[in-house]
Design a protein around this ligand. Structure first.
Ligand SMILES: NC(=O)c1ccc[n+]([C@@H]2O[C@H](COP(=O)([O-])OP(=O)(O)OC[C@H]3O[C@@H](n4cnc5c(N)ncnc54)[C@H](O)[C@@H]3O)[C@@H](O)[C@H]2O)c1
Length: 349
């Protein structure tokens, strides 16, 4: 397939681009190159005749129309978004413009192109979303998010993603656009931008800085290795049923404190300190406003209908991630100067 991937210079989008190309797909990477982007993430495929890059902002409808006409994709995988909850608390406008209006533009550009092609059934608009649209769960293992869980977003980020999910469903119901949706839990792995929890912990640990834990560290997340997510996304675009959504999760629930302690234990083994443990650097800081208590995904549908399973446990994935950050210092050093990185964001509220 020729895949038009938006956000392909970001963390998850670049994993999708790299995996799609090893599986024989052609890729058109559409990315505005915001602060969160890094073209090094896709440098290994950049010279391939099966790869094209377009620096285009999804808020620019005319530019999107030109990309569709030029490249004539078989499917869209829409990942471009503002993605950091803390930034959405300080500056929600960008989240509305990119995640809501940008998705509207993508839907309209895709619909115009698909209609001009004679509305082929084989076309797909795959919208990549988050489990955060479902809100916050109690700490009760018998309750998980399913595809039927009512939406209850609680941050500007999750509300903007929920809005975009509703638009995508509406374009299917109203115009017949062949869409598929996926809602995934927290990702981690190589090329994770150094403002997110796991890279912050690894890089602060190595720098001898405090390891900040929001609140008391009891918030629970369901962690998934990014390459397993990319694998699930390719299955969904290739084989997912039209109009259907699939929840994707690693079945790896950990409190933030447990996760950070695991990372410290891995670092203690791989890069021991002269004295003590990296866990000695753990520091509790003011909680995020409206911090969701627990996310947990029931991935039964994608497992049973599409045969997807994660390939690594969270311990294996975290060890691989730590190795990657230890081996790729030039990658993360270059990103640490970007606006807001290393600052505490999202507490102004
Ligand atoms: N990171 C997670 O744990 C997670 C979990 C579930 C779902 N998601 C979703 O997956 C998608 C990708 O997340 P990520 O973590 O890779 O994000 P990211 O912030 O690392 O990357 C986002 C990419 O989108 C691009 N982008 C942003 N605004 C744009 C615009 N207006 N026009 C064109 N490109 C623009 C950026 O330049 C960047 O390359 C998002 O839609 C996010 O909501 C993320």
């Amino acid at each position: 397939m020729k895949l038009l991937v938006t956000g392909g210079a970001g963390f998850i989008g670049s994993a999708v681009v790299r995996l799609a190309m090893t599986r024989g797909h052609q890729v058109v990477n559409v990315d505005a190159l915001t602060y969160a982007a890094c073209l090094d993430n896709v440098a290994m495929v950049a010279d391939s005749p099966d790869y094209a890059f377009e620096q285009v902002d999804i808020r620019d409808r005319a530019a999107l129309d030109a990309v569709f006409s030029k490249h004539m994709p078989d499917a869209v995988m829409h990942l471009a978004a503002e993605s950091h909850v803390d930034r959405s608390i300080d500056g929600p406008a960008d989240f509305i413009e990119t995640n809501v209006t940008g998705t509207f533009n993508m839907l309209e550009a895709a619909r115009t192109y698909w209609t001009a092609q004679g509305k082929p059934d084989s076309f797909r608009f795959h919208h990549i979303s988050t489990d955060e649209v479902f809100g916050s769960l109690p700490n009760d293992p018998s309750v998980q998010f399913t595809e039927d869980t009512p939406y209850d977003p609680r941050s500007p980020y999750s509300a903007s993603k929920a809005s975009s999910d509703h638009l995508v469903r509406a374009w299917h119901e109203t115009y017949g656009l062949p869409v598929v949706l996926t809602n995934c839990s927290n990702n981690y792995g190589p090329y994770h931008f150094p403002e997110k929890l796991i890279p912050v912990i690894i890089l602060n640990a190595l720098a001898g800085k405090a390891l900040p834990i929001y609140g008391d560290g009891s918030n629970i997340r369901d962690w998934l290795y990014v390459e397993d997510h990319a694998d699930a996304l390719l299955l969904a675009v290739e084989k997912g049923a039209v109009g259907r959504s699939y929840n994707i999760g690693g079945e790896n629930e950990r409190t933030n404190l447990e996760l950070v302690k695991t990372l410290c234990a891995i670092l203690d083994q791989k890069r021991p300190k002269e004295v003590g443990s990296y866990a000695d650097q753990i520091t509790f800081v003011t909680d995020r406003p409206g911090h969701d208590a627990r996310y947990a995904i029931d991935p039964s549908r994608i497992r049973e209908e599409l045969g997807w399973r994660p390939s690594v446990t969270v311990e294996e994935g975290l060890a691989q991630t730590v190795d990657w950050y230890l081996d790729n210092e030039s990658w993360w050093r270059a990103l640490q100067d970007r606006h807001g990185v290393g600052e505490r964001l999202g507490v102004k509220a």
